[in-house]
Structure formats: C-alpha cells, structure tokens
Design a binder for this molecule. Structure first.
Ligand code: NAD
Ligand code: TDX
Length: 339
C-alpha cells in the first residue's frame, strides 16, 4: 500500500518521552528522507538521553513548551507535519495535581493546532483509549471508533478535551488532522512511575511490587514499537478527519502481568504488596483495531507478550543508570499517597 502523504520535515512533540522517543528512532531508522525536530520541555518525564546518538543532521532537539505560541509558530512555519505526543501522561499524578494536565494537554494542543491551521500544516494527534472510560470485566465489548467518550480521570478528561478540539478544528477550519487512540504501551525507556517499569525496578532494587485494589483491572498491552509503526501508517496513509484505534489484542489483568514479571525474575508469585486502590480506577480497557488493520493494512509485529516482557526486564536490568535517578523521588511520591 503506497503512502499518500510524504512528509519531509516533521515536528515530534514530546520526543524525549517514552513513546515519542521510540517514534523518533523509528523514523530515523525507517525513513532516511525525513528530518525530525523534537519539541520537548524536558519535564520530569522527558530525558534527552532517550534520543542521544542519533545523527545531528536528521534530528534536532528544541527544548521548549508546546504552550509557547511564538516558539510553536516559528517551528510549525518550517515544517510539513506535526506529530503530537507531548503530554502530562500519568493518571496518579493527575489525581494528585490536575493543573499541569489541563495546561499541557488542553492549552498545549490548542496552541499546536492553531499554528497548524495558520500554516496549513498536517497534524497527527496521539491520544489514548482512556477517553472511552472503562468496560466491565465480563463485557464482551471492546472500544471502537464509535464508542462514546466517557473519561474518568483528570488525565483522561484532558486527553478527551484535546481530541474534541482537534475534531472541531477539522470540521470548522478544515485542519488536515488525523487522531489515534492507543492502548497501554510497554517497552524500554518507560518512566518508572508506570506499572510495568515500577514493578521491575522495585524487584531490581530489592523491594516488593505494589498492586492496586484487587489486581483484577484489565489493560490491553501493546509494544511501543507497534504503536510507532501504527502512527507512521496513519500519518502517511490515514484519511484526514479520521480517528483510528491502535491495539494489539493484548488484554491482561494486572495481577497476571505482575505474576509474569515475578516468575520471569525468579521470585515467588505472591512476593508483592497490595496497596490502596487508585480513586476512580478504570476497570478494563480493550481495543478493537479492525479499522486500522482493514483500511490501512497495519499489523502489530510484537505480539508475544512474554517475550516482550522478558526483553523489557532485561533492558531495565542493563540500564540502571537510566532509571536510577528517577526512582527514589517516584517512590517517595507513591509512599505519600499510600501506594
Ligand atoms: P511521557 O510522560 O513518557 O512523555 C511525555 C513527554 O512530553 C516528555 O518528554 C515531556 O518532557 C514532554 N512534555 C510534557 N509537557 C510538555 C510541554 N508542556 N511542552 C513540551 N513537552 C512537554 O509520556 P508517554 O507515555 O510517552 O505518552 C506520550 C503520548 O502518548 C501522550 O500523549 C499520551 O497521552 C499518549 N499515550 C500513552 C500511552 C501509554 O501507554 N503510555 C497510551 C496511549 C497514548
Ligand atoms: O504501582 C502500580 N500498581 C498498579 O496496580 C501502578 C503504577 C499501577 N497499577 C495499576 C493501575 C492500572 O490498572 O496498573 C495499571 C496500569 O497503570 P499505569 O501504568 O499507571 O497505566 P494506566 O493508568 O492504565 O495508563 C496508561 O495507559 C494509557 C498510560 O499511563 C497513559 O498515558 C495511557 O494513556
């Protein structure tokens, strides 16, 4: 299937975060004709090491805020596409302090789409399945592009708000935009605040994993490499104005994932602590990605979860210098919340 849009100069916001940096590596590796400008504020979640070593003539890092309208306008004027990953991304943080979520996720998106509108630049909006709220454990349904929005947390409500802005800009101003809503990502370079890296690094640190509530909540896991290939597919072959759900049929309960980590790391399966549940904790997410597969021919490549998990555990074991600086402060924050 050919590409219908062939960008040459793209801006990747949040390109020093977990998923954005994976996409930058993906583009540099797979598409040598494309130049990438990373716009990243380097918050606690952004780390320039995530894109270190890439060729300087292919990747430029601009340290700045997506809410800085002047800076965004100057960069967008010189690009032919924006792929927007930058966000405050962690639910627990959003419950403790929602203000940065409203600012970055809503005002930041507004600033970017206004610049894209002014300069006629293509825009891809990276969002989450959490905008659809949650499903019951025994519900056979999965989320589709038609599922009504019903976000639960400050994080997911700000992501939902940003999706709505993009849809309105498409309809009212003819913004050339696509939207993707992806399920839970895992893989290397994920911040230690998130479920899988937190548990792996707790074990590596001689501590115990921490499971919220009854552990039966279900997440639909996808390897971040598959998220990157899907976003590229949508950017270059997706129809303007369309939304595509991204998922790899990876539903698993948290307790099953945790036991798989414990087994893979040679620990007894009950060697963890039950901790306070997340307020408003979504029960289950599940993605039906038929539209993306049928209409754009995308397929996930990393579908063996146990293999992906083993490689992720090995990566954290081999990259302590990457995660160590963030570990103590993250655990202090959790301890203060009883988690
Ligand atoms: P992350 O927290 O690891 O990275 C976010 C990046 O954005 C960081 O580099 C940070 O410095 C940057 N950033 C934050 N505020 C900024 C601002 N105001 N200006 C410029 N840069 C700023 O997040 P992630 O897990 O890589 O998620 C990336 C995107 O993917 C988000 O939009 C998130 O909603 C979406 N998403 C994530 C998942 C997941 O499982 N993690 C799933 C679906 C969708
Ligand atoms: O220590 C923990 N123990 C635990 O049981 C942590 C950190 C989490 N959990 C549970 C909560 C969730 O049910 O594990 C599940 C996954 O938690 P997170 O890693 O915080 O992810 P989630 O809240 O599902 O959101 C993620 O996927 C969708 C990303 O952080 C979002 O950015 C994305 O939009």
């Amino acid at each position: 299937m050919g590409e219908t849009f062939e960008p040459k100069r793209i801006i990747v916001t949040g390109g020093c975060g977990f998923i954005g940096s994976n996409f930058v590596h993906f583009v540099v590796r797979e598409h040598p004709e494309v130049h990438v400008t990373v716009l990243d504020k380097l918050t606690y979640a952004g780390n320039p090491e995530n894109i270190a070593g890439l060729p300087a003539d292919r990747v430029e890092l601009v340290v700045g805020d997506i809410c800085d309208a002047g800076l965004v306008d100057r960069l967008v004027a010189d690009a032919d596409a924006v792929v927007h990953y930058a966000a405050e991304s962690h639910n627990d943080n959003s419950i403790a302090d929602p203000a940065p979520f409203v600012r970055t996720n809503v005002t930041g998106t507004f600033t970017l789409i206004e610049a894209c509108r002014r300069h006629g630049v293509r825009y891809h909006h990276v969002s989450t399945d959490e905008v659809y709220g949650d499903l019951a454990l025994d519900d056979p349904a999965r989320f589709t592009e038609e599922t009504p929005y019903r976000p639960s947390s400050p994080y997911s409500s700000t992501k939902a708000a940003s999706d709505m802005l993009v849809r309105a800009w498409v309809r009212t101003y003819g913004l050339a935009a696509t939207i993707s809503n992806c399920s839970n990502n895992y893989g290397p370079y994920q911040h230690v605040e998130k479920f899988i890296p937190r548990q792996i690094t707790n074990i590596l640190d001689g501590g115990r994993p921490k499971l919220y509530g009854d552990g039966k909540n279900v997440r639909d896991w996808i390897h971040t490499e598959d998220h990157s290939s899907a976003v590229w597919t949508i950017l270059t072959r997706g129809l303007v104005g369309e939304t595509y759900l991204i998922g790899a049929d990876g539903e698993r309960s948290n307790i099953d994932v945790l036991r798989a980590i414990l087994r893979a790391m040679g620990r007894p399966e009950d060697d963890f602590d039950w901790v306070r549940d997340r307020p408003g904790h979504d029960r289950r997410y599940a993605i039906d990605s038929t539209k993306l597969r049928r209409e754009l021919g995308w397929m996930p490549a990393h579908t063996d979860f146990d293999q992906g998990l083993a490689a992720t555990i090995a990566w954290y074991r081999d990259h302590e210098s990457w995660w160590r600086p963030a570990k103590e402060a993250t655990e202090q924050k959790y301890a203060a919340q009883g988690q």
